[in-house]
Design a protein around this ligand. Structure first.
Ligand SMILES: C[S@@+](CC[C@H](N)C(=O)[O-])C[C@H]1O[C@@H](n2cnc3c(N)ncnc32)[C@H](O)[C@@H]1O
Length: 287
């Protein structure tokens, strides 16, 4: 007879082997993700693919290359919202964009953009501030599936009311409906909002920095990572940002534990909006 302790131990071993197989076979390293939430998602995949055990899921991963996109989609959590945490977008609108306005070109990196709701939100802020034309947004995610949807910019119409309230709470003065067309039960965001957006796959575990960035948004992604991996990401963001550049994390994320925190100062600690420290280099200074 097996005890609950035996079951947990076996599942722990199976999870380790699954993570190893994913890395060795396909090069995706999940070894530094927070174990509890990773296990939850792997068990959801076990249920979804009806494999019964994590070991059987690992066998499919090893023997069926075609299953990889489904696994990656299941391991990522692409939930988001337009103007999620409106107070954050209000501060971006009122305190961050006026500083960015002094740069001749504005580079923005949105890491972990999921289905793109925050990308369109930010594009709307830039448009309304008259900054869109000189802005370039790099919107990245690990999941190719999520990026496909982000590019489409099509969302369920049931979100319209909540998103409209978020937009107003973030200081929006028009109607959010000005930016999408509604058809049946879908909303399609205006293509013009993505004319300066580049969507690309980028893995925060293993890929490199973007350079000369003025604003990095990476919200509700680090929460899935272990502390050392979070610190690696903070280092990536620091090295991507010009001095004085802005970093925006998720409301439940913190950099207090991280060695890299000394390279940032809080603009609004409660809303997790920071600036990279250091004297402005001439080439980074606003004109
Ligand atoms: C909860 S969503 C966050 C969406 C949006 N930023 C927000 O706050 O609403 C987390 C996203 O992080 C992405 N992600 C997870 N691991 C990643 C990694 N190693 N590199 C890049 N993106 C990753 C997932 O694919 C998912 O789309």
């Amino acid at each position: 007879m097996t005890t609950e302790h035996d079951d947990l131990e076996r599942e722990g071993i199976e999870l380790e082997l699954f993570v190893q197989a994913l890395q060795r076979r396909h090069g995706y390293d999940f070894s530094q993700y927070a174990p509890a939430s990773l296990k939850r998602r792997v068990l959801q995949l076990v249920a979804q693919l009806e494999t019964g055990t994590i070991s059987a899921l690992t066998a499919r991963l090893l023997h069926e290359p075609g299953v990889l996109p489904q696994l990656l989609a299941g391991l990522s959590v692409p939930v988001s919202d337009m103007f999620r945490d409106p107070a954050v977008f209000r501060v971006l609108r009122e305190r961050v964009l006026p500083v960015l306005a002094s740069y001749p070109r504005i580079n923005i990196w949105q890491a972990g953009c999921a289905h793109g709701e925050e990308v369109y939100s930010l594009a709307i802020l830039l448009e309304e501030a008259g900054l869109y034309e000189r802005s370039q947004i790099f919107a990245t995610d690990l999941s190719a599936d999520a990026l496909l949807q982000a590019r489409e910019g099509i969302y369920p119409a049931r979100e319209a009311q909540q998103w409209s309230r978020n937009y107003q709470a973030a200081g929006g003065t028009r109607s959010l409906a000005d930016y999408y067309s509604a058809r049946y039960d879908l909303l399609k965001f205006d293509r013009r909002l993505r004319r300066n957006v580049t969507f690309a796959q980028h893995n925060l575990v293993s890929d490199k920095v973007f350079s000369e960035t003025h604003l990095v948004l990476c919200r509700n992604v680090l929460i899935y990572f272990s502390n050392p991996l979070q610190d690696r990401c903070l280092g990536l963001f620091r090295d991507s940002l010009v001095r004085g550049g802005f970093l925006c994390l998720g409301m439940r994320e913190s950099m207090d534990f991280a060695p890299t925190a000394t390279d940032f100062s809080a603009l609004d600690a409660a809303l997790r909006i920071y600036r990279r420290n250091g004297p402005l280099l001439e080439s980074h200074a606003p004109r």
